[in-house]
Design a protein around this ligand. Structure first.
Ligand code: GRF
Length: 185
């Protein structure tokens, strides 16, 4: 079973997926919309082919997604795991991979969707936040939830401490949920 990871940032979740001993699929492609993202170096390190594109070079979302879908089909990808991909999927991509695109988000959704979810929770002064893995739809962090974990926020925390606690959970949770999903489907 072949899968692609979409990421636009540092790629610590991509790395966690690649380092997972028992992952039950092959990551055959890294898709990235930021040509200078450091996740690309990580993909090179693991020998994972990359598809890097600049959305600004295309007139419409449908234009770049058509090419992207072609590339994904060429690579025989059947699952897509978003890991810090900062773009909303359009109908072209969603219709080509119905029920096969999941995302990890650093909050207990529906609380704190969108950008800087960790900072949002930290500034809100709440006692807990979390991590969510969910299917994606046309919205921002709105698709059906697959699995969630709560993460405590302690009074003495800095935002950086909270971020590290959340990321440790993400790195364990994502490979685990991926295995569960691809086994049942
Ligand atoms: C993660 O916190 C993920 O939940 C969110 O974006 C972040 C990506 O971090 N969607 P990294 O690039 O995997 O380190």
């Amino acid at each position: 079973l072949k899968a692609a990871v979409f990421a636009s940032g540092t790629g610590s979740n991509f790395q966690a997926i690649m380092e997972s001993d028992d992952l039950m699929c092959d990551i055959v492609l890294l898709v990235c919309d930021k040509p200078d993202a450091s996740v690309i170096d990580k993909a090179n390190h693991y020998g994972v082919p990359t598809y890097v594109f600049n959305p600004k070079e295309y007139a419409t979302k449908a234009n770049y997604e058509e090419q992207l879908v072609r590339r994904l089909h060429d690579a025989e990808v059947s699952w897509i795991f978003l890991a810090g991909y900062m773009r909303i999927a359009g109908t072209t991509l969603l219709e080509a991979f119905v029920g096969k695109i999941i995302n990890i988000h650093p909050s207990y959704l529906p609380a704190f969707p969108g950008k800087d979810a960790i900072g949002q929770a930290f500034r809100a002064g709440v006692e807990k936040t979390g991590v969510t893995v969910h299917y994606i739809d046309e919205g921002i962090d709105t698709g059906p939830i697959i699995e969630q974990v709560t993460v405590p926020i302690f009074p003495e925390d800095t935002e950086e401490m909270l971020k590290q606690r959340i990321q440790r959970i993400e790195h364990q949770l994502y490979p685990k949920v991926i295995n569960q999903l691809i086994q049942v489907k």
